[in-house]
Design a protein. Structure first.
Lengths: 249, 322
């Protein structure tokens, strides 16, 4: 679905990623794992065409035969709107604090796909019920909900939109263990029920083991290993991957 | 919830008015000059010592200041602001004649400043590094650095003396028959001076606030997820207007201070000009009355700003932490 070739990102003369090559296959959950500061989030920004203005980038990111890096802002806005849904790390700051959740959920889902408010109300009611969130969340403001509830609201929008690609950038790092597990189950459900391709960025090997089909290991801005999760877990090749696996409890 | 909030604001407003009255009364007492002589106006030098003593006793000016203040406060609470030394008429009556002009000048200027700064600040703030952004940053510094009295004199020279298209002073035709059109003609110059010297700095504050808000996490999340730009912009402006309203509230008292100068320069028959006259003639009851009415106007304006903030900031309503 996405082919990244020779991707290098520099910001203010500093190399963030070096000649990255990886593929995100359609219909799978692909996990990008690496330590903090290894360039994972900037890689996500590059995929979304949302790199900072001072970033210099080379290589290519092919999405449906289009190079994302050559696309105009308007084209990328359309691609994001039509095909991609992104869940970010900090759920408690992902929503506008002054707007009720109902209005925001509609903006993130129904309005985006062109549904009327009435259609949205019906569909979202069912999804929220499924995810264990009551309909009353639509009447609340983000600061009245917990981080876990807000993250579930985000995934509710992903269920509504049914995007071709879901990017989840460390979505569980602010959640406790129970909520983490619940959230990962929801991602798996989305992948299995809707066939959504998921690109899951994390630094937690347990999550990779539980959810992903493919994995990409990143260290200091370089891809050090890619392949099927079972293969890498059973026969790690790179020293960093071995160290990562040994450090698992 | 809202009843309690309004009650609290009202009590705070009353405390502010009490402090203003207390400070003004005591500062006036330490000002040079004898109010008894001032009472007599232009012929003060002909006053004998006996007459000065009679006036002093008649107006209780020989009593301790605290006692005078308590008496003044007691009467003011009942709605009696006293008699003007200079005009010999009730202060309340004089102020009521001037109040509509001040309210008109303030409402028109504030309305134009808010509308203008909202538009300019939003356009410049949403287009970081554009010509609007850089232009407003420069122009706002230039316009807010211009002293209103200087701009006023320049306007009088250009529009009244050279072009002769606007009246240089006053708040209406001498005969008083000019109607609304005449009022507007007299209003244009004082209002323009206030607008030009204030709109830039208010717009600049909103512009910076919008730029800050534009970099917030939730904006990035919304843009990444294809939320309509219109919805994103509305959310940004709504949040950015909270510090902007706070800024307006903070600068309202100095705004009234500026309008006193403008009213005097254009002889606009309002409370500001009346206050300056009361200071010059040491007409203490009139001065206290003018200060208190200005104080009430400031408190009411701040209350309205607070109400707007209460409406747009859910954290205030829900008692959340910001």
């Amino acid at each position: 679905m996405i082919e990244v070739r020779d991707l290098s990102i520099h910001i203010q003369g500093k190399h963030i990623t070096h000649h990255m090559d990886f593929t995100i296959p359609r219909g799978n959950i692909t996990s990008l794992i690496g330590e903090s500061g290894s360039g994972k989030s900037l890689t996500v920004s590059a995929l979304l065409g949302m790199l900072p203005d001072d970033a210099k980038v080379s290589g290519s990111i092919m999405y449906e035969d289009r190079n994302v890096l050559d696309a105009s802002d308007q084209e990328m806005e359309n691609v994001r709107k039509q095909d991609i849904f992104t869940i970010f790390q900090d759920a408690s700051n992902s929503f506008n604090p002054s707007v009720k959740m109902g209005r925001q959920l509609y903006a993130f889902s129904g309005e985006r796909v062109g549904d009327s408010l009435q259609v949205f109300n019906e569909k979202m009611h069912v999804i929220l019920d499924k995810l264990g969130l009551g309909w009353e969340v639509v009447e609340q403001y983000p600061f009245q909900l917990s981080g876990g509830m807000l993250q579930r609201c985000m995934i509710a929008c992903a269920f509504y939109v049914e995007p071709a690609l879901l990017i989840a950038d460390e979505p569980t790092s602010a959640l406790d263990m129970v909520l983490q597990k619940e959230f990962i189950q929801l991602l798996i459900r989305l992948n299995e029920e809707k066939g959504t391709t998921i690109f899951l960025i994390t630094h937690d090997l347990d999550i990779v083991a539980e959810a992903a089909h493919e994995m990409i290991v990143m260290q200091q801005g370089r891809i050090v290993e890619t392949g099927k999760v079972e293969t890498i877990f059973s026969h790690p090749q790179h020293a960093y991957t071995k160290r990562l696996l040994e450090s698992r409890f | 919830m809202i009843g309690k909030w309004i009650g609290k604001r009202m009590v705070m407003g009353l405390i502010v008015l009490f402090i203003v009255s207390f400070l003004s009364f005591f500062i006036m007492q330490v000002a040079p000059g004898d109010p008894a002589i001032a009472f007599y106006g232009g012929n003060a030098q002909t006053l004998t010592a006996a007459e000065i003593e009679r006036i002093t006793r008649a107006y209780a000016l020989d009593r301790p200041v605290a006692e005078q203040y308590v008496a003044w406060l007691g009467e003011t609470v009942k709605g009696n602001l006293g008699i003007s030394y200079k005009e010999g008429r009730p202060v309340f009556e004089i102020i009521m004649e001037r109040l509509p002009n001040t309210v008109l000048l303030f409402s028109v200027t504030m309305f134009c400043i808010v509308i203008g700064s909202l538009w300019l600040g939003t356009v410049a703030g949403m287009r970081a590094n554009s010509i609007w952004d850089r232009g407003l940053s420069t122009i706002s510094i230039a316009t807010s650095s211009i002293p209103p009295f200087w701009l006023g004199i320049l306007f009088i020279y250009v529009f009244a003396v050279s072009l002769g298209i606007l009246p240089s002073s006053g708040s209406g035709d001498v005969g008083g028959n000019g109607g609304m059109v005449d009022k507007i003609r007299h209003l244009i110059m004082p209002a323009s001076v206030m607008i030009v010297t204030h709109v830039g700095i208010y717009a600049r504050f909103l512009q910076e606030s919008i730029k800050r808000e534009n970099g917030q996490y939730y904006v990035k999340v919304a843009r990444a997820n294809g939320v309509l730009e219109r919805s994103i912009r509305n959310g940004i402006v709504r949040n950015a207007s909270i510090p902007y309203l706070n800024y307006i509230a903070m600068t309202i008292p100095s705004f009234f201070g500026g309008s006193i100068i403008v009213e005097s320069l254009f002889a606009w028959s309002g409370i500001g000009q009346l206050t300056v006259k009361a200071v010059v003639t040491k007409d203490f009851p009139l001065l206290m009355g003018s200060i208190m009415v200005t104080g009430v106007l400031v408190v009411i304006t701040l209350f309205i700003v607070d109400l707007i903030m209460y409406a747009i900031d859910p954290k205030l309503r829900k008692g959340g932490i910001r």
